[in-house]
Structures are given as C-alpha cells and as structure tokens.
Write a protein that binds this ligand. Sequence first.
Ligand SMILES: NC(=O)c1ccc[n+]([C@@H]2O[C@H](COP(=O)([O-])OP(=O)(O)OC[C@H]3O[C@@H](n4cnc5c(N)ncnc54)[C@H](O)[C@@H]3O)[C@@H](O)[C@H]2O)c1
Length: 243
Amino acid sequence: MKFVNRSAVVTGGAGRVGRPLCEKLCDHGVAVAIADLDLAKAEELAAALHARGGQARAYPLDVTSTESVNAMARSVLADFGRVDILINNAGVWKRQLLSEMSEAFWTMHIDLNLTGTFRVTKAFLPGMQAAGYGRIINLSSIAGEVGLPYFGAYAAAKAGVIIFTKTLAMELAKQGITVNCVSPGMIGDAPNPTKTTWVERYGLGHEVADLLVFLASDDTSFITGVDYTIDGGRILGPRYADV
Ligand SMILES: NC(=O)c1ccc[n+]([C@@H]2O[C@H](COP(=O)([O-])OP(=O)(O)OC[C@H]3O[C@@H](n4cnc5c(N)ncnc54)[C@H](O)[C@@H]3O)[C@@H](O)[C@H]2O)c1
C-alpha cells in the first residue's frame, strides 16, 4: 500500500477502532492527529506511537461543538501543514426503544454521529480542495444499513452517514477527493464466540482498521461513494441451519 508523505486526522482516535487504526497509519509513515474527547487516552496513545518511531500528536475534540472542531482543525493544520486523510470515526451509541425515547436522546445521537461527521468534514474540506487530493472515510454501522432495535436514533444517524458519504463523493469526484464509508458490526475487545455472525465470533478493532487503512491509501483513487460492510456476515441471510 502506498502513502506518499501523507497526514491524517482520526476522530475518536483513542477508541477500540481508532487505536489500531492510528498505529497502522503510523506504521505506513503517515503523520497522525489523534483527536478525541478523551484527551488523556489520546495523549497516552500519541506517546506510545512516538516511542515506536511514529509521528503522532493528540488533540482535544468534541465533535458536537463547532468551536471545538474548528479549534482542532486550526491546530492540526498549523502543526502538519495540510491534512490528506480524514477518518470520521468518533461515535456513540446508547440503548433506548424509539417509543420511549426523549427528543434530547434522539438529538444527541444525530448531532454527535451525523452532524459531527459533517462538522469535521467541513473543517478540512477547503484544504483538500485546494490541494486537489483527499481521502475521507466515514464510520457508519450495520445499524445504519438495516436498522437495530433499541438503537433507533444511532441507526438513523448512521444511515444518514451513508447517504452523506455517497452525496459528498458525487460532489467531489472531479476534485481528486474520494469519500467512502465503512460499516462494522459486532466489534469487541476479544474475538468472543457468538452465533449472531456467520463466522461465529466478534470482530476486532484491528480488522476494521485494516480496511480503513486500505481506503486511506494512495492506491484507491477509483473507489468513491462506497459503503463497505465489515461484520463477519452478520447481515447476510438468516441462520436456519448450521452449516
Ligand atoms: N464497536 C462496534 O461494535 C461498532 C459497530 C458498528 C459501528 N461502530 C462505529 O465505529 C466507530 C468507532 O467505534 P469504537 O468501537 O472504536 O468506539 P469506542 O467507544 O471504543 O471509541 C469511540 C471514541 O470516540 C470518542 N468520542 C466520543 N464522543 C466524542 C465526541 N463528542 N467528540 C470526539 N470524540 C468522541 C471516545 O472518547 C472514544 O475514544 C464509531 O463511529 C462507531 O459508531 C462501532
């Protein structure tokens, strides 16, 4: 995989998917901005990446605040000069039936997961357009593809992320900027067994990170507007017999 002197921003970079993603990008020589609500965790990761020869810096970020997003973007652009790769990975999901959900609960999910993606993208888009190069990758979810009981607000936000991705991909296609989407399902801290995926285990953060790194590379200039499911077969046909 090729990365020619690239720099990246990973929102939610200190989490389960973000951490292996930042590690792998650093291993490819990419300078990585780890932007997270949990600054202590982001700083700890940046120090660990530095220790193994990577170029990484931590930045405080709350994707629900335009002020925080713009302050992060200003700092990253001042430190790195430009940003070639943006991975909108920060996300939050909480459990509640739609019939019992408050408007505040609904709005929080839409604001953080969907509008947060819009805010951060807007902050970095002018630089990518000026450079005529960019890789934007948004994290959706299988919940956004097929729905998920108890997670209706999150699912609606993530469905919005998919259509945001496809629309932006069309709008930017002639400007050297690709926009794609990755939709995981059932990602855990261990490959614990489960009958709810056809591979009969949970996925791991580093497995999602491998797909994200590929999409972030210089090699994917003809891939845009695609939503990649990565779920061990979770949303394939129903299980009616063991095979
Ligand atoms: N883990 C799964 O099973 C799963 C499944 C489908 C989709 N996803 C999506 O993948 C992405 C990464 O998930 P994960 O498993 O690494 O989650 P995680 O909870 O481990 O990490 C999320 C990170 O986002 C940060 N964050 C939370 N709110 C923030 C805010 N307002 N501003 C900035 N950062 C904030 C957290 O501090 C955390 O470091 C998310 O978008 C999630 O919706 C995860």
